[in-house]
Design a protein around this ligand. Structure first.
Ligand code: R5P
Length: 296
């Protein structure tokens, strides 16, 4: 029996693509809000004995979490053989330590909670910084797909003479991979964050690189202040025609408009979070990881 792939609300486009790539039956659950704000849901289609794959990107995660775990529990209740989760953007990865006394380490709590409800998890470039692997916090098989090859292919097809630029030391992991596969040089800048929207970037001398098109690559664009500060500094250093690539375009508030106002030539993102800037498709990478995980 084919697996049943259920796309939660907002995940229909990538859900249909994934179902085709994995050869799963595509469906989406019936959901609505009761007048008091509680969630109603219903799975239509045969679940008993079947592998069920949920698709839910967890941008704006708090409102999405309850429907997600209710759906997972419903599938188990209806005697699914297994219940896995494709989560193109995995939330709650950045608070991975206690920066100030009394803070909650929410990445660990979230991982522990989600691990109770699904049998496996596949995601794209989770924000692993102080932790090196999802297995340090997830108690289920959890695979992290790298968007690097898809980004490199986009750069090769769209940018002549690229220079891949990472805004901070954390970005070196994906910047180096993209540069290698796109056969381009790269540089990593220095960032100091003083608050959610206060970011300082140091740019080295780039006069020897004026023949190249800077392609800024970051994993998450949230307030966009990291990339706004980087774009401004690069412009001040003489760069032009800057292209911005984000893996996960969260674009909090007016972040997209503010980033656009810097004069960057193009802003593109991967389709892990649905947004008009989606230009890089990670479906094939996700499908391959799911197939490997389900075979294991
Ligand atoms: C930093 O740790 C991440 O790699 C991103 O640079 C950061 O999350 C971007 O956030 P924002 O868009 O709010 O500057």
């Amino acid at each position: 029996m084919k697996p049943l792939l259920l796309a939660l609300s907002g995940n229909e486009v990538i859900g249909e693509r994934l179902a085709a790539a994995i050869a799963a039956k595509y469906s989406h659950p019936e959901t609505r809000r009761f007048p008091d704000g509680e969630t109603y849901l219903r799975i239509t289609g045969d679940v008993q004995g079947r592998d069920v794959i949920l698709v839910c990107s967890l941008d704006q995660p708090d409102a999405k979490y309850l429907p997600l775990i209710f759906l997972a529990e419903t599938a188990k209740d209806l005697e699914a053989h297994s219940v896995g989760l494709i989560c193109p953007y995995l939330a709650y990865m950045r608070q991975d330590t206690r920066f100030k006394p009394g803070e909650g380490i929410t990445s660990a709590y979230f991982a522990r909670a989600l691990s109770q409800h699904v049998d496996w998890l596949v995601t794209v470039d989770p924000h692993l910084h102080r932790r090196k692997d999802l297995s340090e916090i997830y108690m289920i098989p959890a695979a992290a797909v790298h968007a690097g090859p898809a980004i490199a292919a986009w750069v090769r097809d769209n940018v002549p003479m690229p220079l891949i630029v990472g805004p901070d030391s954390e970005s070196e992991q994906w910047v180096a991979e993209v540069a290698r596969s796109a056969n381009a040089p790269y540089m990593v800048l220095e960032k100091r964050r003083h608050g959610d929207r206060e970011v300082e970037i140091s740019v080295p001398d780039i006069s020897a690189r004026q023949d190249r098109t800077p392609v800024l690559v970051d994993d998450i664009i949230s307030t966009a202040h990291t990339l706004i500060a980087t774009t401004r500094r690069l412009h001040a250093a003489g760069a032009s025609g800057i292209i911005i690539v984000g893996i996960h375009g969260l674009f909090a508030g007016r972040a997209y408009e503010e980033l656009h106002a810097t004069g960057a030539l193009k802003i593109v993102t991967c389709n892990t979070v649905t947004h008009p800037s989606n230009a890089i498709d990670v479906t094939a990478l996700l499908a391959k990881a799911v197939e490997e995980l389900m075979r294991a």
